[in-house]
Design a protein around this ligand. Structure first.
Ligand code: ATP
Ligand code: MG
Length: 388
């Protein structure tokens, strides 16, 4: 990648127009950049707020040409972007992260091989491509979770299986595509680490945050300086740094971990971009994950971010837009929530609320861990989110 920085006044591009692209655009614009988004949807969250919105499919040659002509450097907001699109752009402009690094995160089998190559432990697993592979899996991996190797997200493309008959059925339901069978591990809790790595090899990170998933979707992230035992936090940061250094990654990378009942740390998966578990950094840190994405893309210096307040982030899923009593559509009580101290509401501008759809998030900051938990729990009650 070109090491001369693209200074504010330049144009930064992003493939994909979802909420992550939107928050990237906000961060870039605040720093004085112009922005370009490529997304086929006229109403995409990022397209609506960007200076330029190229409305074509991700593999449309003309769309990609226009993006390369408009933007000085280009990033992506989702890992399932076709590698060919990133490669086409990279022929004209700096692209970060590179297609080769994104390809690791696109495939669970490659991802796990990468973890092994940098010496970071993940769940015991088997790669399944054929019926013979399926028949040969060790009994040790059951009960387990069968996950499609590609294109899974938010718990989609996964089935829990307890025996071989269920495993065969589940593989059939998943379309007999390439899969990974992972042993079901006894989780004590989950956490993640977000690192940013520059083209010069400099790496900065946020402290690990603790994540609660419900139905395979992130529900709550808590971040404060006592959320993890120090030794565990240090190990998680070292593992995330090794994972980013391996492929000479450039950009923001999130590494998700499991902490097992016996305290052992195991890596789950990576996302080659800012992550839902890092949204709190917008309001609780002096530099957000999205500003770090801008800085890595533009080749600007990276400074270690500092968290100035304990925080709790609640995901706002489309379910909240429906009255549980009668199923009628409603507008959540934002006015009541905004009356709570330290409430920071982020809505992504999506028109249709659907159950499980990420519509926004709410971050609470406060003077103490106790205060911030109390207000976040009050908001959860007001909105109809299960307590945590
Ligand atoms: P994401 O939206 O984070 O990309 P995903 O669909 O890729 O999610 P995973 O992160 O693989 O899915 O799994 C979703 C959740 O399922 C995890 O956060 C964890 O709670 C649970 N889970 C996944 N794998 C295992 C495992 N091997 N043992 C126990 N629980 C697991
Ligand atoms: Mg996950």
């Amino acid at each position: 990648m070109n090491l001369a920085p693209i200074l504010p006044g330049g144009t930064l591009g992003v493939l994909g127009g979802g909420q992550l692209g939107r928050m990237f655009v906000h961060a870039a614009q605040r720093l004085g950049y112009f922005t370009a988004v490529l997304d086929p949807d006229a109403a995409s969250p990022a397209g609506r707020v960007s200076h330029h919105h190229i409305q074509t499919p991700y593999l449309d040659a003309q769309g990609l040409e226009r993006l390369a002509a408009t933007a000085d450097a280009i990033t992506t907001e989702f890992e399932n972007v076709p590698a060919a699109a990133l490669e086409a752009l990279a022929a004209h402009r700096p692209v970060a992260p590179a297609a080769a690094a994104v390809a690791i995160a696109q495939d669970r089998a490659r991802e796990k091989a990468h973890f092994a190559s940098v010496g970071v432990a993940c769940a015991p697993h088997a790669v399944i491509e054929t019926a013979e592979d399926l028949a040969a899996v060790s009994d040790d991996l059951l009960p387990g979770i069968l996950k499609t190797a590609r294109l899974g997200y938010d718990g989609k493309g996964q089935e829990r299986v307890t025996n071989r008959a269920e495993l065969v059925d589940a593989w059939g339901r998943l379309g007999q595509v390439g899969c990974v069978l992972e042993k079901l591990l006894p989780l004590s809790f989950e956490c993640s680490v977000i690192v940013a790595r520059g083209a010069d090899g400099n790496v900065v990170h946020f402290a690990p945050q603790r994540n609660l998933h419900r139905h395979g979707i992130l529900a709550v992230t808590e971040a404060n300086d006592s959320i993890l035992p120090t030794v565990l936090a240090r190990r998680a940061v070292a593992a995330a740094t090794a994972i980013a250094n391996g492929p000479e990654y450039v950009g923001v990378l999130c590494v998700e971990f499991f902490v097992l009942h016996d305290g052992v740390l195991v890596v789950n998966e990576i996302a080659p971009r800012p992550h839902n578990s890092g949204h709190y950094t917008i309001d609780a840190c002096d530099v957000s994950q999205f500003e770090l994405q801008v800085r890595t893309l533009a080749g600007l210096p990276l400074v270690a971010p500092r968290q100035h307040s304990p925080s709790v982030m609640l995901n706002l899923l489309g379910d909240l837009w429906f009255d549980p009593a009668d199923g009628h559509e409603r507008t959540p009580a934002w006015d009541a929530v905004l009356a709570l101290p330290g409430a920071h509401l982020h809505l992504y501008g999506k028109e249709d609320a659907k159950p499980g759809r990420k519509m926004g998030h709410l971050t609470f900051t406060g003077p103490t861990v106790g205060a911030v938990r109390t207000t976040a729990l009050q908001a959860a009650t007001l909105l109809g989110i299960e307590p945590f």
